[in-house]
Structure formats: structure tokens, C-alpha cells
Design a protein around this ligand. Structure first.
Ligand code: BTN
Length: 255
């Protein structure tokens, strides 16, 4: 668990549909604050000064985006929650589609894209066995390309995709409700339903996978995921490889 952050000025605390929401103007990372809160807490910040992405990358977190960390309980066997990062991706996809972005899609494990541009990313931290921190970065009206020029060609924002600028507070409420639904789904054991939904959402299936631990790389056709969330990759030779998430270092779509 990260050390408790220095005291930061909390701008608001309120209840939303079973969640306790803590809002801040500026933090290092909302996940770092959420690490010290009980389940069903959520943290948002206007700006993150050290936003974290997956695989140790930095996450540009300028004003205007939704930077959210949600603490979810994960009781019982940790293996029963292995699909949580994927379920969180489905929650974000479901939310942005419901807002009107009909062609939003997923890239394994849980990036939300429109075309080849990234709209949202998710970082799930397990600081303790009995809860998970689901960190979601969703571009709304922020300008990541102004902060880091390379992002101009790589990211998109809800403001670019919808006729009217999105209302941050409204998006937040929808997102928390979607996370609650997916958490209930996993808790009730409906892994098959989730996998069915997810397997319809990986639209681009020609992929390149680099394996962890220097075990090589391969191209293949993404058949989907199995009930444990492992990638099912059909190689050019016709073999089906079953790759648990921890064995995948890098996943790239080939166009
Ligand atoms: C990725 O696609 O690499 C994951 C990005 C996750 C960013 C979010 S923003 C809120 C939360 N706080 C962080 O520091 N990271 C996540």
C-alpha cells in the first residue's frame, strides 16, 4: 500500500447511490488516496500531478477529465475476482455507449477506444486482499494533446464525440452506477454473461502479444477470453494459446 499522502484539501464529500464520494482539487494520484479508504468510497480530482497508467506509464491528468478511483470489496477467494479489471472496462464501455458513443469498443484488457484513439484507461490496484481500487481515467473536455504532443494523434475525448459537452457530474454518477452493476454481476457469479458481453466488444482481432519473462512474442487472432479472463489466441499455425493476464507483457493491435 502506498504511504498515506500528505494532507490535501478536500473540496467536497457526499453520498451518491451507495458510494461516499471524496472530491479534491489536486492530488498525486486518486488511486493513492483511495488505498486508505473503505469499500464503496470513491475519489475524484480535478488534476492529478502524478497520474499512473498501466505497466508503469504516466497518465496525463489535466483539468477537464474525469479522474476517478472507486474502492470495491472483493471478499472470499481472490480468484473469484480475476475478471474485475475486465468488468471495469465493460462498465466504462457501457457508460460511454449509453451517453451516445455507439462505436466505442474495448482493447484487451480494458482500454476503451473509438477507432484507434483511446478514450479511457483503467488501472486496478490490489492494495489488500479484501478490496480493489479501480482507477478510471476518462477524457471529457481536457486537452491531453496540449500537455503531451504525441497524444494528439492517439487519444480522443467525449467532447470530440458528442454534440454537446459532457456534464462531468452526470458522467460520474452513471459510471459509479455501472461499476456497482458489474460488481453485483461478479458477486452473483455471472462470469459467463460478462465474458459473453466482453467477447462481443473486442472488435479488432488481429493482434501481437509479447509474453512476460522474455518468453517471446506471437501474432494471432484474438478468439476472446475464457471464464478466468485468460486471452485465447489462435496462432497462424492454428494452435490455440491460453494466456493468463500475468503472462502478457504487451498487447498490440495490428492494422
Ligand atoms: C491506462 O490505460 O494505462 C490506465 C490509466 C488509468 C488512469 C486513472 S486516472 C484515475 C486513477 N488514478 C491514477 O493515477 N490512475 C487512474
Amino acid at each position: 500500500m502506498p504511504p498515506a499522502p500528505d494532507v490535501v484539501h478536500e473540496t467536497d464529500i457526499r453520498a451518491i447511490d451507495g458510494w461516499t464520494l471524496h472530491e479534491f482539487a489536486e492530488v498525486t494520484s486518486t488511486n493513492a488516496l483511495a488505498a486508505h479508504l473503505p469499500a464503496w468510497s470513491a475519489v475524484t480530482a480535478t488534476v492529478q500531478t502524478a497520474g499512473r497508467g498501466r505497466t508503469g506509464r504516466q497518465w496525463v491528468s489535466d483539468a477537464g477529465g474525469l479522474w476517478l478511483s472507486a474502492v470495491l470489496p472483493t471478499p472470499g477467494d481472490p480468484a473469484g475476482w480475476s475478471l474485475l479489471p475486465l468488468a471495469a472496462g465493460w462498465a466504462v464501455l457501457d457508460t460511454v455507449r449509453a451517453l451516445g458513443v455507439a462505436d466505442a469498443r474495448l482493447r484487451w484488457p480494458n482500454d476503451v477506444l473509438v477507432g484507434r484513439r483511446k478514450l479511457a484507461g483503467i488501472l486496478v490496484d490490489r492494495f489488500s486482499a479484501d478490496q480493489a481500487v479501480v482507477g478510471i481515467g476518462l477524457n471529457l473536455t481536457n486537452q491531453p494533446g496540449a500537455v503531451e504532443e504525441a497524444l494528439l494523434a492517439e487519444v480522443t475525448r467525449l467532447a470530440d464525440l458528442l454534440p454537446a459537452a459532457p456534464d462531468r457530474a452526470g458522467v460520474l454518477v452513471r459510471l459509479l452506477a455501472a461499476l456497482t452493476r458489474q460488481h453485483h454481476r461478479l458477486e452473483s457469479g455471472d462470469h459467463a454473461g460478462l465474458c459473453h458481453d466482453l467477447n462481443g466488444a473486442w472488435i479488432h482481432r488481429h493482434v501481437h502479444v509479447t509474453l512476460a519473462g522474455g518468453e517471446g512474442a506471437c501474432n494471432g487472432h484474438l478468439e476472446g477470453i475464457d471464464a478466468c479472463g485468460s486471452l485465447l489466441l489462435r496462432t497462424a499455425g492454428g494452435d490455440l494459446r491460453v494466456l493468463p493476464a500475468h503472462r502478457v507483457d504487451c498487447f498490440r493491435e495490428i492494422f
